[in-house]
Design a protein around this ligand. Structure first.
Ligand code: P6P
Length: 345
């Protein structure tokens, strides 16, 4: 009779499986203060939203009434996907009866959504793009959610206190719905990724303190807009066309494109165009959260001249051009803009 030898579970795998998002945040903050507990609880709710959206996306092709358009147009003037509405509502629902978030501002809503019962206690605002890249939803390609958490400074239903630069963000990150569902976040202590383990229903720590390379081979932009760009962006594009060591990658979904840049290095750029000189991407819930994250990973983010985190929006849905990624690659793009300015002066 052979004696039963229990399989030794390496301590790290058990410990890793127990390193949930909420525990990680408290470890990061090295505090159990009410503020730390709040952030931990908010991030846990964001993770719940991610699970609900991931579940819906994984079945989208099999369920009625999930894919396709609603027939409505949002404040951005964009046709609204059914998945946009579902995801927007998920974030609202997970924060009801939470006592945490008083106000939610989203790409999909003209004005912020208030949860009055939370406001006396919950002094936080969630800014989010519920489904970024929704044009990819119907063709089963990656999409993402982008979020930022800010302290709420006023109790009245006035969005003026939201019109601040991105340095006041308490936390920011994204959820990437790809082959795996990954949550990448920062609360100002580095950038960390968590993978959803469907068998546990938990986001489990995947990588801590992610650092973006100072340079990478990837440049990511929609060259179909080349004819609409300022000459400086054309100069940059011609440069990478003529020099070895660059490769173009563009999925049409910001979260996936920026995640690739974070992991492999390089630069994503969405310049202003003739039609949209201020660019297409929205500051408060797209470019500012991503800029916060990329800077925490050692990268850089600007609108081509001004640091994204220094830009103060004039309205809730303000847009900015975006140049984001590896320090050296962002500087290279900025150098073409500087050169053009010097030549014109
Ligand atoms: P274009 C998706 O609509 C989005 O907001 C981002 O996710 C993406 O980076 C960008 O627009 C793509 O825009 O003009 O290249 O289709």
């Amino acid at each position: 009779m052979t004696s039963f030898q229990p399989v030794a579970v390496p301590e790290c795998s058990l410990d890793r499986d127990c390193t949930t998002l909420s525990r990680h945040i408290l470890q990061q903050l090295q505090s159990f203060s009410p503020e730390a507990q709040d952030l931990s609880a908010i991030m846990t709710r964001i993770a719940l939203a991610g699970k609900l959206i991931a579940r819906r996306l994984s079945r989208a092709g099999l369920m009625a009434d999930v894919l396709g358009f609603t027939g409505e147009t949002n404040v951005q003037g964009e046709s609204v996907k059914k998945m946009d509405v579902y995801a927007n509502d998920v974030f609202i629902s997970v924060f009801k009866q939470s006592g945490l978030v008083c106000r939610l501002a989203s790409e999909e809503m003209d004005n912020p959504y208030y949860i009055p019962e939370n406001c006396p206690i919950g002094r936080y605002t969630l800014l989010y793009d519920p489904i970024d890249g929704s044009s990819n939803v119907d063709i089963n390609l990656n999409v993402g959610s982008i979020f930022a958490i800010r302290q709420q400074q006023v109790m009245n239903e006035d969005e003026a206190d939201l019109l601040q630069d991105g340095k006041g963000q308490l936390a920011a990150g994204y959820i990437l719905y790809g082959p795996s569902t990954m949550l990448v976040y920062s609360i100002g202590h580095g950038v960390h990724s968590f993978l959803l383990d469907p068998s546990l229903g938990e986001f489990i720590l995947a990588q801590e303190d992610i650092k973006i390379p100072d340079h990478g081979p990837v440049y990511s932009n929609n060259e179909g807009n080349f004819w609409q760009w300022d000459e400086a962006f054309r100069d940059y594009t011609r440069y990478v066309h003529r020099h070895e060591g660059y490769t173009a990658r563009y999925s049409g979904a910001l979260v996936g494109d920026v995640h690739r840049i974070l992991m492999q290095g390089g630069v994503f750029l969405y310049p202003g165009t003739v039609k949209k000189p201020e660019g297409k991407l929205r500051l408060l819930y797209e470019t500012a959260p991503l800029a916060f994250l990329i800077e925490q990973a050692g990268g850089k983010a600007s609108d081509g001249t001004t640091r994204i985190l220094d830009i103060v929006p004039d309205k809730l849905h303000a847009r900015t051009p975006l140049v984001i990624g590896s320090k050296d690659d962002v500087k290279l793009v900025e150098s073409f803009i500087e050169d053009r300015k010097n030549r014109e002066n």
